[in-house]
Design a binder for this molecule. Structure first.
Ligand SMILES: [Mg+2]
Ligand SMILES: [Zn+2]
Length: 190
């Protein structure tokens, strides 16, 4: 916990399809967790520039009964350790374990998870940037009042870009991958 600050530089990141390869069968173990090319470098560069990095992830596999909570928490410990070994820092990870039909308030595109993260860390949502690969991530950023949202072409990014364009929903930048997204942010923010 830290006090609110208007000068915070915070990047929220989706996990699957942004940091690691996504799978329609869910990521159910550390053996299935595969960092995308450039993602560790992107995280390192954002960390070096003073950004606070927080992951916001829908993990409905938990309540679908195909991913044990302890396994997910262990995966996140390993994820943070690998990012740290690469010179980056993930400050926190928030996830929604619910299935869509449970009607929770934290499953993206609803803003509940992002708001929880902001509340716990004293962050003003309007000072934050979202990086995601899905329409849900971009809509979450809009619903929560993030300053901007970036889409990466990895994961679901290409189909999401087409859907967003069709719906007339703008994104600040469509990046090749997380490293490109990080470089774009760093080129614009002192
Ligand atoms: Mg994703
Ligand atoms: Zn939820």
């Amino acid at each position: 916990m830290k006090p609110p600050s208007s000068s915070d530089k915070v990047v929220f990141l989706d996990r699957d399809g942004v940091i690691n390869r996504d799978s329609p069968a869910y990521i159910k173990s550390w053996a299935e967790f595969d960092f995308l090319p450039g993602s560790l470098m992107g995280l390192r560069r954002l960390t070096a520039a003073g950004f606070t990095l927080i992951i916001l992830s829908n993990q409905s596999a938990v309540n679908r009964g195909i991913l044990r909570l302890e396994t997910l928490l262990d995966m996140h410990r390993r994820l943070r350790a690998d990012v740290a070994a690469a010179g980056g820092c993930i400050t926190d990870i928030f996830f929604c374990p619910h299935r869509p039909e449970e009607g929770c308030a934290c499953r993206k595109p609803l803003p509940g998870l992002l708001r929880k993260a902001c509340s716990q860390h004293g962050i003003n949502p309007s000072q934050t940037i979202m990086i995601g690969d899905s329409v849900k991530d971009i809509e979450c950023a809009r619903n929560a009042g993030c300053s901007q949202a970036l889409l990466v072409k990895t994961g679901n990014g290409l189909s999401a870009a087409a859907t967003l364009e069709r719906r007339g929903i703008p994104v600040a930048y469509v990046a090749e991958d997380l490293r490109d997204a990080a470089d774009w942010i760093l080129s614009r923010i002192p």
